[in-house]
Ligand binder design. Structure first.
Ligand SMILES: [Zn+2]
Length: 218
């Protein structure tokens, strides 16, 4: 009843192109599903990561949508994103993990934005996959946005030592699936994976909503 009322007041829109959805469409319109194919296989490897996948390429409507989610207060997108990512993980066979976790933002940034965007997506993914979401990492300092650095080694230096393990018992000997929103060069995901491995994790896999199109071989 409540959701029907919400649909009347705020008719659902496609999270990618913002067009109003028809009755048969959920989260993403038919057109966007056709013109925004899922990534078959990532084009580059990530250091310290055993394997990774991403739903879309980070460009055009996907990029605009993720920026609205991150900076435009469209936190409601987390539901659509999480459902799409969960389905992608099932289709790609990313189901051999003991611990489902995510890349956190720094507490100050979470406070200012009032939410941690990856955590919101990860919560929906966990619910869809009937898994428990375990926060294993915390970000110990605010780092300048990675988008300000074009060079891979600068990006790696920027996040080096910025993440700590909450509790090594949570990760020791475990296969970890680490969720993130966008993978550009993979510096952040690799740093989180490194920290998890140092803490005794067996293997770290990674999954993101979107990944850079370019072939960045680092
Ligand atoms: Zn659309």
């Amino acid at each position: 009843m409540f959701s029907r009322l919400m649909d009347l007041l705020f008719p659902p829109k496609c999270v990618l192109c913002q067009k109003l959805l028809s009755r048969e469409e959920t989260d993403i319109c038919h057109h966007c599903r056709q013109v925004t194919p899922e990534i078959e296989k990532p084009k580059f490897r990530l250091s310290f990561v055993a394997g990774w996948t991403s739903l879309w390429y980070y460009k055009d409507d996907v990029r605009a949508s993720l920026l609205r989610f991150k900076f435009g207060r469209k936190r409601c997108y987390a539901l659509s994103y999480g459902r799409a990512l969960a389905m992608h993980l099932q289709q790609k066979g990313f189901d051999k993990y003991d611990v489902l976790t995510y890349v956190p933002v720094a507490p100050m940034r979470k406070f200012r934005r009032s939410y941690d965007q990856v955590e919101l997506i990860a919560r929906v993914v966990a619910k869809e996959l009937d898994a428990r979401l375990v926060p294993t990492l915390r970000k110990t300092r605010n780092t300048p946005p990675q988008s300000g650095f074009k060079d891979v080694s600068q990006r790696r230096a920027n996040v080096l030592g910025a993440y700590r393990i909450k509790d090594t018992d949570l990760v020791r000997g475990k296969q970890i699936l680490l969720l993130d929103d966008v993978i550009t060069t993979g510096a952040t995901a690799s740093e989180c994976a490194r920290v998890l491995l140092v803490a005794g994790a067996k293997e770290v896999y990674c999954a993101a909503m979107a990944a850079a199109h370019q072939d960045k071989n680092k």
